[in-house]
Design a protein around this ligand. Structure first.
Ligand code: HEC
Length: 117
């Protein structure tokens, strides 16, 4: 192998990685959920850990229904009750003796979803 080949190859690999990273960065859009992370940190944290798998990274739904406009259909109190107790395939998060979330976390996520009119 010529001297310098390894350095050249290494440099090229770094260059390709940088370009690929830039392209990936350009194509990525902030999700509806991520866009609220600064204003509703607790709610977004809870949602990303417990809800996103069924309701989607853009609230679009999947296993569960879309939550994009849930705030125009349900009150904060109704959503708190649903999250506490579950409904059908939707898990319960605050069964007595099996509290997955605190009352404050449920309230935060319900108040955030209520803004989705
Ligand atoms: C295993 C999947 C699953 C997970 C995880 C899940 N949900 Fe659900 N969710 C559902 C399903 C299914 C329904 C519909 C329940 C029904 O119709 O009885 C639902 C319904 C809802 C509704 C009412 C929607 C409407 O239009 O009436 C809200 C609000 C909601 N979920 C919020 C959450 C939140 C907040 C979390 C996380 C703390 C969460 N869900 C986690 C499956 C899930």
């Amino acid at each position: 192998m010529r001297p310098g080949w390894a350095a050249w190859a290494g440099g090229t690999a770094v260059g390709v990685a940088v370009v690929a990273g830039l392209l990936a960065g350009c194509g990525r859009q902030t999700s509806i959920v991520q866009a609220d992370a600064a204003r509703y940190p607790t709610a977004v944290h809870v949602y990303e850990n417990g809800c996103i798998t069924c309701h989607g990274d853009n609230l679009q739904g999947g296993i569960g229904p879309s939550l994009r406009h849930v705030g125009s259909q349900r009150s904060v109190a109704q959503m708190e009750r649903l999250i506490d107790n579950g409904s059908g395939p939707m898990p319960a998060y605050r069964l007595p003796g099996d509290e997955i979330l605190t009352a404050a976390q449920v309230q935060a996520v319900a108040e955030w979803l209520a803004t989705k009119k």
